[in-house]
Ligand binder design. Structure first.
Ligand code: G3P
Ligand code: MG
Length: 231
């Protein structure tokens, strides 16, 4: 059970509150999204703009880390979480002791791979991080920087041939595919190629059975507690 953006159904996504809640309910892994600030810091935020999940505005990469540190990333979700900040990747790596899936968000060749990898290595976390991206060039650059980093191909199409080819090309060990009626075929294709297959985003308990029947290796969910705690 992978907590998608942390326990994002019950806490503001991609905040320390969401990651701590995921650990508390027993999630096996947390997923988070990273991107670079204007001054090259690696921060944890999903959208490429600040508007939806903070009290700031505009593109994340236009702001410095010091500017982002002023923003509130919790109040939009619920007043109870006012004061939550946009965390740096470094802060999450130090606060969260369990495996982490670091998703590198789309963008230009901005050094995100190098900076992310450095942060993970400095935190001594390389053995418990899976790096993923929708962007083939990000995966290729990561692989060029590290022969041992564990990579996963994020795939948003029903045709799997391209995903398998990319996984082989960058030496990925897993596919992360979107949940859909064709997910069981995607799981079978990935397994036939020797890859683990993890499916996002599964929030209803009823949707788990067909994926388990197909042998899914993990699911990403906004509600890890639904799959881990006794109701
Ligand atoms: O990494 C799985 C999932 O997070 C990919 O989509 O948009 O939620 O980052 P998104
Ligand atoms: Mg993501």
């Amino acid at each position: 059970v992978i907590a998608h953006r942390g326990a994002s159904g019950s806490r503001p996504e991609n905040t320390l509150a969401a990651f701590r809640r995921a650990v508390e309910v027993g999630a096996h892994m947390v997923e988070l999204d990273v991107q670079c600030t204007r001054d090259g810091a690696v921060v944890v935020l999903h959208d490429d703009t600040l508007d939806r999940t903070t009290d700031g505005m505009g593109p994340v990469h236009h702001q410095t880390l010091a500017e982002l540190a002023e923003l509130d990333a919790g109040r939009w979700f619920d007043a109870a979480y006012a004061g939550e900040r946009i965390p740096t990747l470094d802060a999450v790596l130090h606060a969260v002791p369990i495996p982490i899936n670091v998703e590198l968000k789309a963008g230009a060749d901005d050094g995100l791979e190098r900076r992310t990898l450095a942060s993970v290595i400095d935190a001594g976390a390389l053995q418990r991080v899976v790096f993923s991206s929708f962007q083939a060039d990000r995966l290729a650059r990561l692989r060029a920087l590290s022969p041992t980093a564990e990579l996963a191909v994020l795939w948003d199409h029903t045709a799997m041939a391209g995903a398998l080819q990319l996984a082989e090309g960058v030496g990925a060990r897993a596919l992360h595919i979107r949940t859909s009626r064709s997910a069981p075929q995607g799981i079978a294709s990935g397994h036939a190629a020797g890859l683990a297959v993890r499916v996002w985003t599964v929030n209803a308990q009823a949707d788990l059975a067909p994926l388990l029947a197909a042998g899914v290796d993990a699911v990403f969910t906004d509600y890890p507690e639904r799959f881990l705690l006794d109701a």
